[in-house]
Write a protein that binds this ligand. Structure first.
Ligand code: ADP
Length: 621
């Protein structure tokens, strides 16, 4: 199971989907889960569909706007080319003293007028005084019926009445050869007259509003543009009026302009004259584009002193692409749900694995707890045993010693020398046994019970020891030196005193040198004996040394390498105390020695990094 937990790859391999579904809800019937799964997929398809629709709508709108802008640009260009005909006619009149009917006709034909041009005309400015002369001249040119006419009261074209000025169509070139127009006074129409005046005064091409023209008995929306032609150009308005000779007039069909510039299958187009009053604004087609269109793009177009608005909408509603979009959305929805299910299944497995690991950990922790309790129990038993040894054995032991002393003191004359010697020996052995029992009790209790952990200054500890051993040091010609600074450690101060005192005393005791030297130091530099946060120390002497064969044995309780006669009394417990103290702080102790030269004891202790705060902690072993 644990291997499976760790083997993420193996765990994440997709298995059969039914297995996954059943893993999700092992007790639910599979058909129900399939329905649930499909339902979720459809539900999640809705936001996906909305989102993709939004995206595709936005993309379409911007593509449409670009195409519409291009179409509007082509339309503006077409209008420009169309109006250029009038500038050409003006050029003809400006450059000639007199333009005859034939010359006009030949010139216009040579222009090869563009599709939208329905008529190009010469409309002279005729005063009442000039009327007869003009009419006579036309008739002489073969226009036998020519006379200046206008629309009578009943809508029929009749000879114009007398008025100050006339603007008759004098020359006319038209693909539909609408000869009815020849002689018609353009100025008699109010709308046209207003445009004529503006053209004359502004000296610029000027369009009128919407007009209608008949082509093959059908009415078509069109517009007319006047190009003023002067005999003498002058900035002065009055002189200009006098010098006006007439207008080049063009009549243009709007539908042709639009068709040339804007592809019919792509766009629906409406052209509105923004310079006209609202009721006369719609130029093309007869009806405006409604609100039912998905996108509407509008571009302003200046045309001969007027501003048109070109409005474009997509030609058709367009094939609905919502079906493939919906399919995509459902497909994505399925994928999303599949992914969610997969994550659910895998996280469920994760949770199961975690629960299993947790229960194992809990079991381990229980075992550990049991072991600790067991250890505590055995320690308590050891403690009890030590107490028994201490109290129950000490009493009879003391009694034996006391009886021996009593015998030596009160029955001395009845004892011979050998008997007295043996009794004295019995007393000494009793005392030694008492010491051994005391040491055993001390060993058993060492490292247990309460201790005060604090920052201990080892230099101070050693200085105190040195003070206590002053006489011994002097009598044995021994010197205690501290090599380099000693960092403070975290420990129970009495333990540190016992640790260093035992090692220092041994260094003096097991030493034949004339000048006994005990050196305490730290290191080697940075060494921590393999424990981070620990510091390594040493106590080195120039004594008799220890045979390497006993380098571990000397730490065993009551193990002595020498008899009391050789280097003095001792129970052989000192080094076992030292080892137990060091290990109770998590440290290590070992020795190196060259017999005859000396011994160095190395040990590690926890460094006290906090130099200011002295932490006090009670620790129960
Ligand atoms: P004790 O000193 O009471 O005998 P220890 O446990 O301190 O007990 O020492 C155990 C034995 O190890 C000693 O009897 C001695 O033989 C040997 N020993 C300890 N320290 C040294 C030392 N610095 N140099 C040589 N031998 C030592």
């Amino acid at each position: 199971m644990i291997t499976r937990t760790l083997g993420g790859m193996q765990k994440r391999l997709p298995g059969p989907w039914t297995a996954r579904l059943s893993a999700l809800g092992a007790k639910a019937p599979t058909s129900l889960l399939v329905c649930l799964y499909l339902g979720l997929a459809l539900l999640s398809a809705i936001p996906v569909y909305l989102f993709t629709s939004y995206l595709s709508g936005a993309a379409k709108q911007s593509a449409f706007a670009v195409a519409a802008d291009q179409a509007a640009y082509r339309l503006a260009h077409e209008v420009d080319l169309t109006l250029a005909h009038l500038r050409a006619v003006k050029g003809l009149f400006d450059g000639s003293v007199h333009v005859s009917r034939d010359e006009f006709s030949a010139f216009v034909r040579a222009l090869r007028p563009r599709g939208a041009v329905q008529a190009l005309e010469w409309v002279p400015y005729v005063t009442l005084a000039e009327r007869d002369e003009i009419e006579a001249a036309a008739r002489e040119e073969g226009m036998v019926d020519f006379e200046i006419r206008d629309y009578g009261g009943d809508g029929a074209i009749v000879r114009a009445g007398e008025r100050a000025e006339y603007f008759p169509v004098y020359y006319l070139e038209s693909p539909s050869s609408d000869s009815m127009m020849v002689g018609l006074d353009i100025g008699s129409n109010l709308v046209s007259h207003e445009a004529l005046r503006r053209a004359r005064d502004s000296r610029r091409q000027t369009a009128s509003g919407r007009i209608e023209i008949m082509i093959e008995q059908q009415v078509h929306p069109a517009f007319q543009v006047f190009e003023p032609i002067y005999e003498v150009t002058s900035a002065d308005l009055d002189k200009r009026t006098v010098s006006l000779v007439g207008f080049a007039r063009g009549v243009f069909r709007i539908a042709d302009l639009v068709k040339l510039a804007v592809p019919e299958d792509e766009f629906r187009v409406a052209v509105v004259d923004l310079s006209a009053p609202p009721e006369a604004a719609q130029l093309y087609p007869a009806t405006a584009i409604g609100d039912d269109v998905s996108f509407l793009h509008e571009v302003a177009l200046p045309v001969a002193d007027r501003i048109w608005s070109v409005r474009m909408a997509p030609a058709a509603a367009g094939a609905p692409d919502s079906l493939p979009q919906l399919a995509t959305a459902v497909w994505l929805g399925l994928l999303i749900v599949l992914w969610i299910l997969r994550e659910l299944v895998s996280s469920r497995r994760h949770a199961e694995d975690l629960a299993e690991v947790n229960s194992r950990l809990e079991a381990l922790s229980d075992q550990r707890q049991q072991a600790i309790q067991e250890l505590e129990r055995s320690n308590r038993e050891l403690d009890d045993f030590a107490s028994i040894v201490s109290h129950d054995l000490k009493e009879p032991l003391r009694a034996i010693s006391n009886h021996a002393k009593f015998l030596v003191e009160d029955y001395a004359e009845q004892l011979n020398e050998d008997g007295e010697k043996r009794l004295n020996r019995l007393i000494v052995l009793g005392q030694r046994l008492e010491q051994l029992i005391a040491d055993l009790l001390h060993y058993a209790r060492l490292g247990r019970g309460e201790r005060k952990i604090e920052r201990v200054d080892l230099v101070q500890v050693i200085a105190d020891i040195e003070g206590g051993l002053a006489e011994v040091l002097q009598s044995r010609n021994a010197r205690l030196v501290i090599k380099g600074p000693l960092p403070p450690v975290r420990a129970h101060r009495p333990h540190m005193t016992a640790l260093f005192q035992n090692l220092i005393v041994n260094g003096i005791k097991y030493n034949d040198s004339e000048r006994r030297l005990i050196e305490v130091g730290r290191g080697p530099a940075g060494a921590d004996g393999g424990h981070s946060g620990f510091e390594q120390f040493y106590v080195k002497d120039n004594g008799i040394g220890i045979d390497p064969a006993f380098k571990d044995e000397v730490f065993r309780i009551f193990k002595r390498l020498h008899g009391p006669a050789a280097y003095g009394e001792g129970t052989g417990a000192g080094l076992s105390f030292v080892k137990k103290i060091v290990e109770s702080y998590g440290g290590r102790i070992w020795l190196t020695s060259v017999p005859g030269e000396g011994t160095t004891f190395f040990f590690t202790l926890e460094r006290s990094d906090d130099a200011t705060v002295e932490e006090t902690r009670l620790r129960a072993a």
